[in-house]
Design a protein around this ligand. Structure first.
Ligand SMILES: NC(=O)c1ccc[n+]([C@@H]2O[C@H](COP(=O)([O-])OP(=O)(O)OC[C@H]3O[C@@H](n4cnc5c(N)ncnc54)[C@H](OP(=O)(O)O)[C@@H]3O)[C@@H](O)[C@H]2O)c1
Length: 339
């Protein structure tokens, strides 16, 4: 068996736990280390997931020469700082979404990644999933004809807790950065597929949103125009129940992706339904035996040498951050740290 890639996790929050649970299901990864801002939390997390090395600071983990790649799972405002520090330490990086707070930070962080010649991928796990590859293929093959409108929605109705990162300015709260980033990345991907490119940038973005009592966006919608008059509708929120779905309407029919963001988390059969005008609905099955975060880890390992992952290349990440900047600017969602 090939040597396994040695991962270190920076932070011990909710998604760090999902990652730690998934590593044993990956074909390429091993969990060597975890770091927290406190030794106690690192030890507790390490004991739960059987992690050999537990560090009481992120710096200490980055100084461990045996850690090859780090999974960065802090709140978004800390991503840029730790991407730069991890790159300086020569570690490959899987950084949680959104990559940074804004496009200016993203450009600086990517510059460090380039200078230190390390791998980086923004952790949009759905991008590495075979369902997404099939979706792109269907669009490219003209399954719905010429693409006219793409709809992407992602939201949840979180309980209002002002201390939760979702509601705090200093922790990058708000739905656009938390889940709207998925919608932006999806419509850019599918507009690109419609235009025969890996991804596309919007010509225009218009938006509305509701800022709540902690002055972060609790729900927001955007419309975007891409080249070729491919149009997109996006809607997201942390205080909004809606159907989380992707639909693509073309001149010959439309398709629906019922579980676009976390398709079959622990493996199984996902589906995309294609409705062509005048024909019976066709359900397309996508089967995988793998856990979604394990697929992402294996994607990182497979593309380490190229430094970028085809699922989410650097220019795609930068373009996504620019689109999120435009969405936020439209609704006046400026973080205190950005003023
Ligand atoms: N891909 C996905 O499916 C997915 C799902 C959820 C979240 N995410 C992304 O992952 C990131 C973390 O989200 P989460 O839900 O896991 O957050 P969380 O539960 O609040 O955990 C964040 C962790 O970051 C560390 N941290 C470092 N500086 C901090 C600070 N100043 N304040 C608070 N925590 C700090 C803490 O770990 P220590 O105390 O151990 O240092 C904390 O436990 C976000 O960027 C989010 O967008 C991705």
């Amino acid at each position: 068996m090939a040597e396994q890639m040695q991962w270190g996790i920076l932070s011990t929050g909710a998604i760090a736990r999902a990652f730690a649970q998934s590593i044993p299901h990956s074909e390429t990864g091993a969990l060597l280390a975890v770091a927290s801002r406190t030794q106690e939390a690192a030890d507790c997390f390490g004991a739960e997931f059987n992690i050999p090395r537990c560090y009481g600071s992120y710096e200490a983990l980055l100084a461990d020469p045996d850690v090859q790649a780090v999974y960065l799972a802090t709140p978004h405002p800390m991503h840029a700082e730790w991407v730069v520090k991890a790159a300086e330490a020569g570690k490959h990086i899987l950084c949680e979404k959104p990559f940074t707070l804004n496009a200016a930070e993203a450009a600086c962080a990517l510059d460090a990644v380039r200078r230190h010649d390390v791998f980086l991928m923004e952790a949009f796990m759905y991008r590495a999933h075979p369902q997404t590859a099939r979706l792109v293929e269907l669009i490219r093959q003209g399954a719905v004809g010429a693409v006219r409108v793409i709809q992407a929605t992602f939201s949840f109705h979180g309980e209002f807790r002002p201390e939760w990162r979702l509601f705090k300015h200093e922790l990058g709260g708000g739905g656009i950065l938390d889940v709207g980033c998925y919608c932006a990345s999806m419509v850019r991907l599918l507009a690109g597929a419609a235009l025969g490119q890996p991804f596309a940038e919007p010509l225009s973005v218009k938006a509305f949103g509701h800022l709540g009592e902690t002055r972060v966006d609790e729900y927001a919608v955007a419309i975007a125009q891409f080249p070729g008059d491919v149009l997109a509708q996006l809607s997201c929120g942390g205080r909004l129940h809606q159907e989380n779905i992707v639909r693509v309407y073309g001149d010959e029919g439309y398709l629906v992706v019922p579980t676009p963001w976390v398709p079959i988390p622990q493996g199984g059969v996902a589906s995309i339904v294609v409705y062509r005008h005048g024909e019976e609905a066709r359900e397309i099955h996508i089967e995988t035996g793998q856990w979604i975060y394990a697929i992402e880890m294996d994607h990182v390992a497979a593309h380490l040498a190229a430094r970028q992952a085809p699922a989410m290349p650097w220019d795609d990440t930068l373009g996504n951050m620019r689109m999120l900047d435009r969405w936020r600017a439209e609704i006046g969602m400026v973080y205190d740290m950005e003023v």
